[in-house]
Ligand binder design. Structure first.
Ligand SMILES: [Zn+2]
Length: 316
């Protein structure tokens, strides 16, 4: 199937239909937010899976949008998450591989451990979902040539780990630097600045350089960024409804295919859901769920009226 799809015009309108858009949700459980902020993960709950995911399913259902949920295989060890995963498939959504344990240092691991994170993650998710898992998203958006080779060799047909966003890259560098100054350790990895020169529209990558166009690598679907604004949940929450709609309209005008990304925690609220106050280090969690839902519904509805939402595993 990969051969049939390779070389086709990516994100193109098959049969001359409307242009396309896709939406993905990274189901990062709360423990990863504790880890990235250097907090004690012993207080982490399963709210991302148990509360955040169903809220997104309900929102996408109202709009008739199929989505891809990029899941972490080890989260299936938590009772109930296997059933939640299967219910996503039943609702018509795609399951993507967000690795076995969500190691932020994936690109720095030894080859055997890296392979296991990618290949075992996919096998576990596929077995639990009872549906093919062909899409990959790397933790923290870090990818490189060796990782890309493993992603392709382990049966994936596309990758959506490229996030060519200058403000995000600089902010991540700043946060990591500030934590180092305070003597705290983040598990985050900055990754290569080559990502900033990556194509903005979907492309077939060079196998030796996933941030460049080529013919030997995987299909890449970069997270959409326009005028420095990434089309991700935290940015929408910061921009509000009018600002988010303006950003999405710019992306609609500029991009062949629009890739929107959320995290399951984007529809959680510190107060709404009684989360640990220590998580207020993640500022968007302080916003109310109702406000965030209104913003997300507005921009997804706006896009759905103008583009055809597709699952990335169905694109040619
Ligand atoms: Zn993640």
């Amino acid at each position: 199937m990969a051969d049939r799809r390779r070389g086709a015009a990516l994100g193109g309108p098959p049969g001359g239909g409307r242009r396309t858009a896709s939406v993905g949700v990274d189901v990062d459980s709360l423990r990863h937010y504790y880890r990235i902020h250097g907090l004690d993960e012993g207080s982490a709950t399963n709210a991302a899976w148990a509360v955040g995911v169903p809220r997104f399913v309900e929102l996408f259902g109202e709009l008739g949008i199929p989505a891809t949920f990029y899941c972490i295989a080890e989260d299936l060890d938590v009772p109930g998450n296997g059933a939640r995963l299967r219910s996503l498939v039943v609702a018509g959504h795609e399951i993507g591989n967000h690795t076995w344990h969500h190691r932020y240092d994936l690109t720095r691991l030894d080859p055997d451990t890296r392979w296991a994170e990618i290949a075992e993650g996919r096998s576990i998710l596929e077995a639990a979902a009872g549906a093919p898992v062909v899409g990959f998203r790397s933790p923290g958006y870090n990818t490189d040539a060796a990782l890309q080779v493993d992603v392709a060799a382990s049966g994936h047909e596309y990758d959506t780990s490229v996030f060519p966003c200058v403000p995000y890259y600089l902010a991540k560098a700043g946060v990591m630097g500030a934590m180092r100054l305070r003597g705290r350790r983040s598990e985050s990895v900055l990754g290569t600045p080559r990502v900033l020169a990556a194509p903005r529209d979907p492309y077939v990558a060079d196998a030796r350089q996933p941030h460049r166009r080529g013919s030997t690598g995987l299909r890449q679907y970069p997270v959409s960024v326009v005028a420095g604004v990434p089309l991700i949940g935290t940015a929408f929450t910061a921009l509000g409804r009018a600002g988010s709609r303006a950003a999405v309209a710019l992306a609609h005008a500029a991009r062949h295919h629009v890739t929107v990304e959320f995290h399951a925690v984007d529809l959680l609220g510190l107060t709404d859901d009684g989360l640990d106050p220590a998580l207020s280090v993640q500022p968007d969690l302080k916003a109310s769920v109702a406000r965030k839902r209104r913003i997300y519904r507005t921009i997804l509805g706006w896009l759905a009226a103008r583009r055809r939402f597709v699952r990335l595993d169905t694109l040619p």
